[in-house]
Write a protein that binds this ligand. Structure first.
Ligand code: TYD
Length: 209
């Protein structure tokens, strides 16, 4: 496909949306057509149900996790077909805030399950693989401090939960690096500065060429 598909992953408060906005600005200034998308999409019934669950659930047991796993897949397949692929076909750089690595990290109870979910996604031919993955692996303590300033929190956003999610995130990204060599992984483990944004934008421009 003519466009390029770049995914941003990291726990809540890791800076994904700031990073995406900063990169989009740089790519646009360099003349690249860009589109910013996010999952859950907020555009399907599945995504609305996801939001409802995340806002109202007090604990995430196996049943809720299983429901979320199904709902995220439905929402994601819609996103690929109706937003991501059309945007790529018309030559856009798609900057996607969260993709299936989020599902691996959030919808699993331990790293064994994390890696099983990842394998299912890698085996599913309907799932488009990104050209690059930007993994914002900010220490959980810093991410939590940032979240404290936000008003609306969802069920995942406590330090203990985010710590566990961060561990599973790292496991999923490691495995992805081992098994999907065509995906360029760029990991950043510190608070981002303008020079990181410049580097990431350059990296993406290198992929576009
Ligand atoms: P997020 O995208 O961070 O939006 P905001 O915090 O601005 O509302 O939140 C989405 C939530 O959905 C977040 O808690 C992570 C969760 N999530 C999953 O559990 N699995 C997934 O596959 C995705 C994409 C998100």
């Amino acid at each position: 496909m003519p466009g390029k598909f770049i995914v941003f992953e990291g726990i809540d408060g890791s800076g994904k949306s700031t990073t995406i906005a900063a990169i989009a600005e740089r790519l646009a200034a360099a003349g690249a057509k860009t589109i910013q998308l996010r999952e859950p999409t907020e555009k399907t019934d599945a995504s609305r149900e996801i939001r409802r669950i995340l806002r109202t659930a007090t604990k995430i047991d196996a049943k809720v996790s299983g429901d979320l796993l199904d709902l995220f897949l439905i929402d994601r397949l819609w996103d690929i077909k109706h937003q991501i692929e059309p945007a790529l076909s018309s030559g856009n750089v798609v900057l996607l805030d969260r993709y299936f690595i989020s599902t691996c990290a959030y919808q699993s109870a331990d790293t064994g399950e994390t890696l099983n979910i990842l394998q299912k996604y890698l085996d599913d031919t309907r799932i488009l693989r990104p050209d690059a993955l930007v993994f914002l692996n900010l220490p959980t303590k810093i991410a939590v401090r940032r979240l404290a300033d936000r008003s609306a929190r969802d069920v995942f956003e406590t330090e203990t939960r985010l710590e566990a999610i961060a561990t599973r995130y790292a496991a999923a990204v490691r495995r992805l690096q081992e098994s999907a060599h065509e995906i360029k992984v760029h990991e950043i483990s510190h608070e981002l500065t303008n020079s990181d944004f410049d580097t990431l934008a350059e990296m993406i421009r290198g992929i576009i060429k």
